[in-house]
Design a protein around this ligand. Sequence first.
Ligand code: LLP
Length: 430
Amino acid sequence: SRTVGRNADGVVAVGGIDVKTLAEEFGTPAYFLDEADFRARCRAWREAFQEQGDDADVFYAGKAFLSRAVVRWLNEEGLNLDVCSAGELATALAAGMPAERIALHGNNKSTAEIERAVEEGVGRIVLDSFQEIVRVAHIAQRLGRRQRVQIRITVGVEAHTHEFIATAHEDQKFGIPLAGGLAAEAVRRALKLDGLELIGIHSHIGSQIFDTSGFEVAAHRVVGLLKEIRDEHGVELPEIDLGGGLGIAYTSEDDPREPHEIAKALRDIVHRECDTAGLAVPRLSVEPGRAIVGPTAFTLYEVGTVKELPGLRTYVSVDGGMSDNIRTALYDAEYSVALVSRASTAEPMLSRVVGKHCESGDIVVRDAFLPADLAPGDLIAVPATGAYCRSMASNYNHALRPPVVAVRDGQAREIVRRETEEDLLRLDVG
Ligand code: LLP
């Protein structure tokens, strides 16, 4: 499905357009997103989970990257959408995502956010605390609604990923622990409240995970809770959601699982556990963000300064940095990088790609080999920046956030335009 390749003259092209043409038209830094690849990944997820006639839904996690065009693509490809703020909800609704296909997340949803979601009729709100159970129930009741909800639990597995993005252990802000009977107590309370229709249990174990075993343990424990609920209350909750978190390849060292592998692993364990417990198999949903959008985009930078520090390394400064990709500074994330505007047969040199911000931690790619003849004006690309780069971009140093350009069949168009100095000054009303 990818449409990236190198022309005979060594210039990389995406979706039928070479990067020099793209840089001339849209400037740098910029994110270029392969729309065909995005759609193909949506289909791969949907088909993986819906094959064999199982009831299953794929909710794209909008936090990875959201825009109106993305919402339209999701809609056309039959995906649902997970949002975690009023802003994401507003974008989803503005672009025509039917409210019943939206799930609202968050550990501290405001009253206004809950009201908007209930009024619009979102398909589910994922409850994250005892207080929120009551809060959502009251708001729904006041609005004369019965809101479909899931309860997010922490199942206590250690996902092998960076501490900041692991979310299944108990000592953290998300979810209600299964341990100590807390999740069972949350279910007890939710079942009593008229404003709520408890439809299921939710678990998200973390992000950038390569191993299916954490998901399997989570599935096992979630089904265990369904069985406890059936035994105690005589109700079988009809849905479970096992969250997102499937890792992608940032460098050649990463070996990601495919959607059909994770679908099969989850389906097998859910079926097995439900058979053993005598439960009807619940409708399964998942919430991939990174695995759908991450690989579909790269960031294109222009090389500004090349500074060789003898005996150490060469610092390659680009025209962006931590304002368009905070992940290296924040998580020690690894990326690869390539010269894309020409071919080179020069020796590889140990390089560090850095941005133009006023911090020594402003690193885009910590260790990379780039050709020794790299020069100002060359274009370099960092792949796999579709997830959590534009969505976590900042205006640090009053940087103008880069555009996201969708490329498809030889056509390129901005789906998020580049910020301008007027955009910055518009907010500055002092
Ligand atoms: N569902 C829930 C409830 C989540 O909290 C998340 C991510 C997802 C789904 C999607 O996870 P994914 O499939 O994209 O891994 N900023 C970090 C990632 C934080 C993820 C937060 N929650 C990063 O840049 O790696």
